[in-house]
Write a protein that binds this ligand. Sequence first.
Ligand SMILES: [Zn+2]
Length: 280
Amino acid sequence: MAGNRQSRKKFENAKIHLDNLQGICWWCKSTADSLEHRHKKTDLNRFTRDGIQPEWVGNGKSEIIRGPNSKSEAVRFGRVLCQTCNNKRSQDFDKAYDKFSNALVESMDSWWHRDSVDLIHIYGTTWKQDSLNLARYYIKNFGCLMADLGISPPQTMRDFLNGSEAMDNVALLLVKSESHYLAHRYLLQTLGDNYSLFRTPSTVWTSSEDKRVIGYTSSSLIGYVGVQILWHPACNYPNFTTCSSSPPLHVLETTNKSRILIAKAAVRSKFAKFSSFFSS
Ligand SMILES: [Zn+2]
């Protein structure tokens, strides 16, 4: 969990108030006895099906992952979820996510040129329920990420997992990241394929009085497409589940500095050394 450790250190240095949420399931509050995957096992399986051992990279470090069942902290969250919530209660969420993930990978090269995601194409007539289950998969996953960092997920996220169809001040947006798309173009040249897994850095908003976290954002991407969570007291974005059967695919724009860094990395062929990789 080098990524989380690094983020936690960054937040501690900024004197942001964090809680120790290890050992308690953030969803149901019972004892947390599960080590939930940071990235879904089916996503990790894509890397390992040809006998390849993926490489985790982040914070200037890297680690070879010996398989999707690895207990490495680069692969698993800490103890922030119980087995019942991780398995039984979220089976339908996981199934909806697997369909979405496969659809992203199948059309990986073309998402950049699309403005929306056709949920009926992915789920058929059950798209409404399945897109809610998809959103709940992401809320479960982002909630684990936050709890692992020491950030208490707001109650509205639990309510959403328990069946509510709306959240206060929390939105999930479908996104495509420009910087990851630029990297994707280079990865295609060197790998011929790309279903790398990424998370954008965790960013928080805090109260001025006591530095408690009152907002959070991060994104989970396959290749360059995925979902962003946005929690903020003034958040008025609609959840993608409430838009239509074709919710918008928002662009996460990059900076000129990032464009130059990506081009330089490609020139130095740094991407070529990875057979496949992911970050957490
Ligand atoms: Zn639980």
